[in-house]
Design a binder for this molecule. Structure first.
Ligand code: PBG
Length: 326
């Protein structure tokens, strides 16, 4: 009786590693991985981020080495975050031409040139003493349009420092248009924008707050998207494209793969996804307990994000994954 059934045998194509490799629909490549890196002002040694085992806040010197290491591993880009010594109400260090992020951009561009794409976070939360992504109005809310003026200035100083792509992550309305205009008017027509298009008010960002020394007390629900909503991600996409985004991003990744798919289907520009600090921390913590196979988990999560439609993935495992892929 089993002579005829089952006559459809999908297992034929799963029989050997060679067969599986031949028919794999999704392939990862080091060039599409982007490594987020933290650089902290005023430290002599790298400072470990406790909630992200293996991740550190770099000194300017170790940052340079980390970028060289990433380039040698074939990673496509790095996303730099600055951790300043001084935070204040308006995030002054974010627009200081000699602020830590601007210095770091100059350092790494001098070190690796055009061999790897240098990106920088364009947001105020690392620089403000209240920890919000913008400046506050008298009533304590985040003032959208006053924040845009600060972003325009950040774009100018980061581009002056030589960054290739700025990554606005503050979810202010109109931010891409204002940044594009500021870049064009300051002679930086060739500096691109990787827009954080669909960024959700997520608990998955928890460990990042330690990584950048954020002092945020409340939450970001009045500017980041509600996890309950998918449709508004498409509206954000439309807006960011109209304002001049060169690339768009969905963030976090794993809990938002449906959003990645919808944006990927609708977007005429490259779509990235950010596997964020909490996604990293969960896997590392479970692996440290011996509960999961760490390397398989890294590859499976990255493959899933790629399969959902993201073409670039920001991941703290970028260098390790790139080496595994070689
Ligand atoms: C904002 C920013 C955040 C992350 C990247 N850019 C934090 C936030 O919005 O609260 C999170 C990255 C991560 O969790 O890995 N500058």
């Amino acid at each position: 009786m089993s002579a005829e059934f089952p006559y459809v045998r999908p297992r034929r194509l799963r029989q050997s590693p060679a067969m599986r490799r031949l028919v794999a629909e999704t392939r990862l490549h080091p060039a599409e991985l982007i490594l987020p890196l933290f650089v902290r002002e005023g430290v002599r040694e790298p400072v470990p981020v406790t909630s992200m085992p293996g991740v550190v806040q770099h000194t300017r010197d170790t940052l340079r080495k980390a970028v060289v290491e990433a380039a040698e591993a074939g990673v496509g880009g790095v996303m730099l975050f600055g951790v300043p010594q001084v935070q204040d109400a308006t995030g002054s260090e974010g627009t200081n031409p000699d602020g830590i992020l601007q210095q770091a951009i100059r350092d790494v561009v001098a070190e690796v040139g055009d061999s790897v794409v240098i990106m920088s976070d364009l947001c105020l939360d690392e620089y403000t003493d209240h920890g919000h992504c913008g400046v506050l109005a008298a009533d304590g809310s985040v003032d959208n349009d006053a924040t845009l003026e600060r972003y325009a200035e950040m774009a100018r100083v980061q581009a002056d420092a030589g960054v290739h792509l700025v990554g606005p992550s503050g979810m202010m309305d109109g931010q891409i248009a204002v940044i594009r205009k500021a870049l064009d008017e300051s002679g930086h027509q060739d500096t691109g924008i990787l827009a954080y298009t669909a960024k959700y008010a997520s608990a998955f960002f928890g460990p990042f707050r330690e990584a950048v020394g954020s002092s945020l007390k409340g939450d970001r629900k009045a500017y980041q998207q509600d996890p309950a909503n998918a449709r508004e991600a498409l509206r954000e996409l439309e807006q960011d494209l109209a304002e001049g985004a060169d690339m768009v991003m969905v963030k976090p990744a794993m809990a938002y793969l449906d959003i990645v798919r919808q944006i990927a289907d609708a977007s005429p520009v490259p779509v990235s996804a950010y596997q964020v600090s909490g996604e990293y921390a969960m896997v590392e913590a479970a692996a440290a307990n011996g509960w999961i196979d760490r390397e398989r988990m890294i590859m499976e999560t990255l493959t899933s994000i790629r399969r959902a439609g993201a073409e670039q993935i920001l991941t703290y495992w970028a260098v390790e994954a790139a080496r595994m892929l070689k």
